[in-house]
Each structure stands twice: as structure tokens, then as C-alpha cells.
Design a protein around this ligand. Structure first.
Ligand code: ADP
Ligand code: MG
Length: 339
């Protein structure tokens, strides 16, 4: 693999589910890649398709009820065609997963200390005792109280929040080349949230790990991500560097998300200009632009599939032209200045 090959490359990923009313498409032609040491954030409201994207690219969804198309390669190897055994090995060693449901990453039959120690020993030649000591350190680092005792607990003996932290410790233990983290800080209080983000940054800085960070929190994105992909109704509607997306958003949905970040200074508003309405479920995604029903700029053309507009590495799926996008940004920054 040459240095320019992305660590993870996803091309044309589409996912449909079998439902009572036939097949419905939840993810539609999603493509992206992640390079070594890079932090990519995928952001979007709840129901946008972030978790389905992640689980599908790791081969983790139910093969009986979901249909996955597209190509996913990790270090140049196509992982969707891999036998389960090989895929499990990659998920253990090369790719670490922090999922929204801790029990997909842990087994109920062993103590968390044992599971973390095994994860360490799977690719490092260390004694059981040293691995256990590292497990205790990791549990302390993710803010688990009494890590010396917690290390001998079974997952079901921990509260949901504690299990979440144990899973983060386990994912970090492998020092994976790629860490995939699905809303890792959502259930945590602000202090621990900051600690966890700090650990993620350290993983990147010390081991050159790449991270895919899924979140609905634009504040978290601004703090840690190099690049951002905005997801809505199963599509990536805007992609760019964090700077481009925050300073020159191209898609009206991104503008809506940015407007819902609480101001850092000044009085808190009673209600932020969040986007009215809700994302559609896969059964109800409109044929054209998925965001059109909630978009203040929608017009007739939006009933057709939106074109890709590009500005170098920055792109969006939207009909607005440059002049209209500029006008949208100006109106947005005026609104923010008033707020
Ligand atoms: P989020 O962005 O919040 O992570 P998800 O990826 O979990 O969103 O879900 C995207 C959409 O797909 C949601 O509307 C969800 O209800 C739907 N969905 C997820 N899993 C299934 C499934 N197995 N069958 C049918 N619909 C599903
Ligand atoms: Mg999710």
C-alpha cells in the first residue's frame, strides 16, 4: 500500500432494508475516505443514517434483512467480501469500534478487565499481569470510578454510562489504526466528555490512528475534526474541511445545523434557530432532495436529484448556485450576529 492510498475507502455505499412494505433504501450512494492520522466527523440529526452507514461498512448489520451495495476497502483490502472470521480479526486489531450499543463490542460472559487485557494481548506481547495493569489505567483514563474494582466486574454489573466508558477503554486498548466512534460522548457528562475527546486526540497524536467520529454535536466537530461530512436522509449532503464547512457552508441543511450551536459568549437564547420538522424515515425519503420539505430555499427543481456542486475539495448536493449560496451565508451570519 502506498502512502497515498487512503486507510479506509468507501465507494457508492447503499443500504436497503426489507420491511413489511418491501425494500426501503436507508443509505444512498455514500462515498468517503479516511487517511492515516486523520479525524473525519460525520454529523447529522438523529435518524440521518450515520449508524447504519458505519455498521454496514464494518459488515455488522443483519445480513438477512439488510442489503448492502458498494465497495469498502481497508488498507487496500475489500472488506465487504471477506469471510466473517477474517473480518472479525480486522475489527479486533485494525479497526476499533465504539458503537452506540456497548454490547455489540463486549461479551457478557467475561469481566471487562479480562476483555480489555485480551484485546491488548491480541497484538502485543505482554504478560497477563501487565495487560491487566494497563486495563486498570485505561479504565481510570476514561473516568471509571474505582478502576481497581471495576476491572473485575461483568458488563451487566455496570450502569449504561459505565459500560460506555469500559467500551471506550477497550477500543483504545487495541491502539487501532482506525477508530470508529459512534456518538462516543453523547451519554457522558461534560467533564468526562472532554476527557474522552482528549483521549481520542492522544490516540491520534501518539499512534497516528485515524478516527471516524459520529456525532450530532457541531461543537464537538469544531473541536476535534479535520474534515466534516454532513449526512441527511441517507446521503452525504456536504463534505469539506472543518474550516470550509464552518466558515463557508454550501448546503442549507449545514447552515441549519450551524445555527443550532449555542453561542460561546453572551446570553443563551431560549430557543436556537434549529431546523423545524424532523428527518424522514427511509420509507418517506423524497425522490429528489431529501431535505427539500424542510428547506427554506426549496423550489421546483428540488423534486429531482440534486447536482453535486464543487469548490475544490468542498462539495454539496444542492441546486443553489454561487450567488444564492453567498446570499444564504450573508443572511445566516446576520442572524447569528443578531442572536
Ligand atoms: P442515526 O443517524 O441517528 O445514526 P440510523 O443510521 O440509526 O440514524 O438510522 C437511519 C434510519 O434507518 C432511521 O430512520 C432508522 O429508523 C432506519 N433503520 C435503521 N435500522 C433499520 C432496520 N434494520 N430496518 C429498517 N429501518 C432501519
Ligand atoms: Mg446513530
Amino acid at each position: 500500500m502506498s502512502d497515498t492510498t487512503p486507510l479506509l475507502d468507501v465507494q457508492g455505499l447503499s443500504v436497503s432494508f426489507a420491511t413489511d412494505r418491501g425494500r426501503v433504501k436507508a443509505i444512498d450512494d455514500v462515498s468517503f475516505s479516511v487517511s492515516k492520522g486523520e479525524i473525519l466527523s460525520i454529523v447529522g440529526e438523529s435518524g440521518s443514517g450515520k449508524s447504519v452507514t458505519l455498521m454496514s461498512l464494518l459488515g455488522l448489520n443483519d445480513r438477512k434483512t439488510s442489503f448492502v451495495e458498494g465497495a469498502v476497502s481497508f488498507r487496500g483490502k475489500h472488506i465487504l467480501e471477506m469471510p466473517d472470521r477474517e473480518l472479525r480479526r480486522i475489527r479486533g486489531a485494525g479497526i476499533g469500534l465504539i458503537s452506540q450499543d456497548p454490547m455489540t463490542a463486549m461479551t457478557p460472559v467475561y469481566t471487562i478487565g479480562w476483555q480489555i487485557a485480551e484485546a491488548i494481548r491480541a497484538h502485543e506481547n505482554v504478560s497477563k499481569k501487565a495487560a491487566r495493569a494497563r486495563a486498570v489505567e485505561l479504565l481510570a483514563a476514561v473516568g471509571l470510578p474505582n478502576p481497581d474494582e471495576a476491572v473485575d466486574r461483568y458488563p451487566h454489573q455496570l450502569s449504561g454510562g459505565m459500560r460506555q466508558r469500559a467500551m471506550i477503554a477497550m477500543a483504545l486498548a487495541c491502539r487501532p489504526a482506525l477508530l470508529v466512534a459512534d456518538e462516543p460522548t453523547t451519554a457522558l457528562d461534560v467533564t468526562v466528555q472532554a476527557q474522552v475527546l482528549d483521549l481520542l486526540l492522544r490516540l491520534r497524536d501518539e499512534f497516528g490512528s485515524a478516527i471516524i467520529l459520529i456525532t450530532h454535536d457541531m461543537g464537538v466537530v469544531a473541536e476535534v475534526a479535520d474534515r466534516v461530512h454532513v449526512m441527511y436522509a441517507g446521503r452525504m449532503v456536504e463534505k469539506g474541511t472543518t474550516e470550509d464547512v464552518f466558515e463557508r457552508p454550501m448546503h442549507p441543511y449545514t447552515v441549519g445545523l450551524l445555527s443550532s450551536i449555542p453561542p460561546l459568549t453572551g446570553p443563551k437564547l431560549a430557543r436556537l434557530s434549529a431546523i423545524p420538522g424532523m428527518p424522514p424515515t427511509p420509507e418517506n425519503i423524497p425522490a429528489g432532495c431529501g431535505f427539500a420539505p424542510r428547506c427554506p430555499h426549496a423550489r421546483q427543481e428540488c423534486a429531482a436529484r440534486p447536482p453535486i456542486r464543487r469548490d475544490n475539495d468542498h462539495s454539496a448536493l444542492c441546486v443553489l448556485d454561487d450567488k444564492e449560496t453567498d446570499a444564504m451565508r450573508i443572511a445566516w451570519s446576520n442572524r447569528m450576529a443578531e442572536a
